[in-house]
Design a protein around this ligand. Structure first.
Ligand SMILES: NC(=O)C1=CN([C@@H]2O[C@H](COP(=O)(O)OP(=O)(O)OC[C@H]3O[C@@H](n4cnc5c(N)ncnc54)[C@H](OP(=O)(O)O)[C@@H]3O)[C@@H](O)[C@H]2O)C=CC1
Ligand SMILES: O=C(O)C1=N[C@H](C(=O)O)C[C@H](O)C1
Length: 263
């Protein structure tokens, strides 16, 4: 049995992960952390009824109760770097769904993991459809370098652009074989053309009602190719998270992108 601690256990993603781990063969809940829900019964907080597991206020306290095999983190871009440093320096494997880590921070975390012997994955998106959208977008970029990304999320999301949009842009930029044609537009309203990342324009939409959605638009001569992915429910991320909890036990190193565990 792989013992999993869920960090951010009472959040939108964390509570879904707790329910999925409990239902998954080969995985068990070792503990749960969430400052606002500390001291409460985990089962009651995630809506499955009393289960006798008390939510800890932080990782340090949780590790005193039981050191897990894997920590799954869905917390906040504000705290993920410190969380990851703590977990990996204790030699515990980590599955990071939280967005916001910079390339420099990922490099530092990789060094910490190498030293302690822990494995880890940082995946800005755990849904299979989104991973495929990124892969296909990179392939199309070889032939159609003019492209823009529109990501659409619920209005409680902290960061913009989304982690998925950033990884998509990184993959597209790396795959381009020629520079895109520049546009001649001048903004008369700051920000109206979106933001540029890796030379690719990203537009972030935030509205109640959305879960997680992304379009990639490619423009050619007299033609447009549009790809779109919609996560309509947070259950869409769960098969990827469950797979990652198992794979990080054996796949060596600290990697970026779920495709590293799929291919
Ligand atoms: N990789 C993927 O596939 C996906 C990634 N995400 C990412 O996951 C992250 C979380 O998203 P979501 O679940 O919607 O957010 P929520 O705000 O719903 O959940 C985050 C939870 O973490 C808690 N928290 C805050 N600080 C800490 C801390 N130091 N230690 C432990 N828990 C803490 C929050 O408590 P409080 O509310 O009291 O602050 C909250 O309960 C975001 O970065 C989001 O972009 C989301 C969906 C899919
Ligand atoms: O905050 C969210 O909800 C999501 N965050 C991730 C991101 O920033 O890409 C993944 C998914 O889009 C949902």
């Amino acid at each position: 049995m792989i013992e999993v601690l869920v960090n951010g256990a009472s959040g939108r993603m964390g509570s879904e992960v707790v329910r999925s781990v409990m239902a998954e063969e080969g995985l068990a809940i070792a503990g749960a952390v969430d400052p606002a829900a500390a001291g409460k019964d985990l089962g009651e907080v995630v809506g499955i009824g009393h289960n006798g597991i008390t939510i800890s206020p932080n990782l340090e306290e949780a590790f005193k109760v039981k050191k897990p095999d894997v920590v799954v983190d869905f917390t906040s871009p504000k705290v993920i770097y410190e969380n990851a440093k703590f977990v990996l320096s204790h030699g515990v494997n980590m599955v990071i769904g939280t967005t916001g880590l910079t390339a420099d921070q990922r490099k530092e975390l990789s060094e910490i993991a190498n030293k302690s012997g822990a494995n880890g994955l940082v995946a800005p998106n755990f849904s299979l459809g989104a991973v495929l959208l990124m892969k296909v977008s990179a392939e199309i970029s070889k032939y159609m370098p003019n492209a823009e990304i529109i990501e659409l999320h619920h209005n409680h999301k902290y960061d913009a652009p989304s982690g998925t949009a950033k990884l998509t842009a990184e993959k597209m930029a790396a795959a381009r074989t020629k520079a895109p044609e520049p546009d001649e537009t001048k903004e008369s309203l700051p920000g109206v053309r979106g933001g540029k990342y890796e030379g690719i324009t990203i537009h972030s939409v935030r509205l109640p009602g959305y879960v997680a959605h992304q379009e990639v638009l490619f423009g050619g001569y007299g033609e447009i190719l549009t790809l779109r992915h919609d996560s309509l429910d947070r259950k869409s991320f769960m098969p990827g998270v469950m797979l990652a909890c198992k794979k990080c036990m054996t796949v060596k190193g600290f990697v970026y992108g779920l495709e590293n565990y799929l291919e």
